[in-house]
Design a protein around this ligand. Sequence first.
Ligand SMILES: Nc1ncnc2c1ncn2[C@@H]1O[C@H](COP(=O)(O)OP(=O)(O)OP(=O)(O)O)[C@@H](O)[C@H]1O
Ligand SMILES: [Mg+2]
Length: 493
Amino acid sequence: MEIQMTGIAKAFGTNQVLKDVNLTLKAGEVHALMGENGAGKSTLMNILTGLHKADGGTILVDGKETVYSSPREAETHGIAFIHQELNIWPNLSLLENLYLMQPKKNGLGLLDKKTMLREAQAKCAELQIELPLTKDASECSVGQQQMTEILRVLMLNAKVVIMDEPSAALTERETATLFRMMRQLKAQGVAIVYISHRMEEVFSECDVITVMRDGHTISTKPVGDTSVDEVVRHMVGRSIDEFYPDRTTEPGEVVLTVKDLKPKNFGHTISFDLRKGEILGVAGLMGAGRTEIMRAIFGVDGHDGGEITLEGKELHFKKPEDAIKAGIAFITEDRKGEGLILDFSIGSNITLPNLKQVCPTHVLNKSKLVSFADSLSKKLGVKTQSVHLPASSLSGGNQQKVVIAKWIGLGPSIIIMDEPTRGIDIGAKRDIYDLMNELTSQGVSIIMVSSELPEVLGMSDRIMVIHEGAVAGILPRAEATPESIMTLATGGE
Ligand SMILES: Nc1ncnc2c1ncn2[C@@H]1O[C@H](COP(=O)(O)OP(=O)(O)OP(=O)(O)O)[C@@H](O)[C@H]1O
Ligand SMILES: [Mg+2]
């Protein structure tokens, strides 16, 4: 199947998102679609698959002008879309989610669970993926849910598969599986649109890169004819040489001590400390237990012993609210679970947890709230025309920035950030790094869990490496190299 989108235009209200976008997609090609948060990547694909209607331009499918009236119709014609936000029903099993749209029935018209299970198991075996098919989705990891969504789409035998940041929620192993599945699809002549902010993946897995900016297609080139530098320049309109800002704050006295903490189901205990104005990077392979440790500290999961001391005072967090009261914020890696209320305005999402602080007398001062939200949203570079618009109108990456803004607004003294720049474009990353520097210069301490080694090396004062639920080592920035971190992360000496 070949798809040719020409001169596509689309506005939301007065926001002219797409002006003149061209995209040609050929059978058997993996086509990367890149651009800053809010550039219109997801919108373009929503137009192709019939969720949105273009204001202008044409779409040719195998040479014939085509407009699908709904994503369902596009799917039945072989164009499947794996969305940026998961489309999984938490209270159904993975198997039920797989077959929700095309259930198998037996002769009596009843659901034929056995056949569905057998078929799904066979498909998993064929693709070499392991999924707890009969478990409720809510009990599965985000990665397993994402793999289910991918598997569902693969079982449609689509000719065109659109993947909108599919790897953002996957572990390294799952990502490797995803790439293997993509190569299989490609060999079968399937065309893949691959949306991602991760340069390495794009350059290793894709054949062609199209970059969008300011509503236009800036370039379409085979990967071999372009470079990371060029793609960045096309995306943000300038080169970014100094990607990581200099750290200028000297960490002060110890503010937080974690001693012999035993997170639930951990075989080891965890001990470390955090200084005033310090950025402590937390590195480790996916599944090493980094997020679990942070959840235990923050009082989400509880723990089986250990001491947490904040500025000399021993603390016992029974629930996250206790930690928040003590001045600790936790920006989790799961944006959806973070509780952005999509129907509420961007402003309300930022101010809701901050009401007491902005309006201490309990009298709501609307203009004060709006300017509070406005300044935070500007600081993080949220791409929107107004904070009065609903959060649902934001692109995925910009929703992520609102989550960060909400927490920063609370004025915490310690911020735990779990994968803070996942899904964030390369220009906006720099904004977040600058903000981290600003916060630490004001005495805020940051624990940054990150799977991106360059980010850990570029921003941390010290780096704590976790391996199989234990602290494998804590390195000062000057001693840390990609090799020394990877050695510790994989259990080496
Ligand atoms: N339903 C909507 N209503 C109003 N505005 C919208 C809607 N959907 C998207 N937009 C706006 O269109 C622009 C493009 O959004 P889109 O989601 O396509 O960006 P994106 O390139 O996918 O970004 P990201 O990398 O953050 O996912 C943004 O400015 C966004 O606010
Ligand atoms: Mg998007």
